[in-house]
Design a protein around this ligand. Structure first.
Ligand SMILES: [Zn+2]
Length: 76
């Protein structure tokens, strides 16, 4: 079975507010180290389908970590 590939739309990490940037750079859970708050480097902020993610490399083990951003209620 082939999984449908959803295109990534890269967004600017700087569009996030500074608190969010700080949070994503420091509070990341690493699935490889199996530990929280290790932090990431080289963050990439992107949208895929309806969801938004931050991806970056773990500060400790260099494994790519992808974190889904829980979407906030947008004001229209
Ligand atoms: Zn790690």
């Amino acid at each position: 079975m082939e999984r449908e590939r959803i295109e990534r739309e890269i967004l600017s990490f700087n569009k996030l507010n500074p608190l969010e940037q700080e949070w994503f750079l420091t509070e990341t859970w690493c699935t490889h180290c199996n530990e929280a708050d290790l932090g990431i480097v080289d963050p990439v902020y992107f949208r895929q389908g309806e969801k938004e993610f931050i991806e970056g490399r773990c500060n400790v083990c260099d494994t790519i970590q992808t974190t889904e951003i829980v979407v906030r209620q947008l004001q229209n």
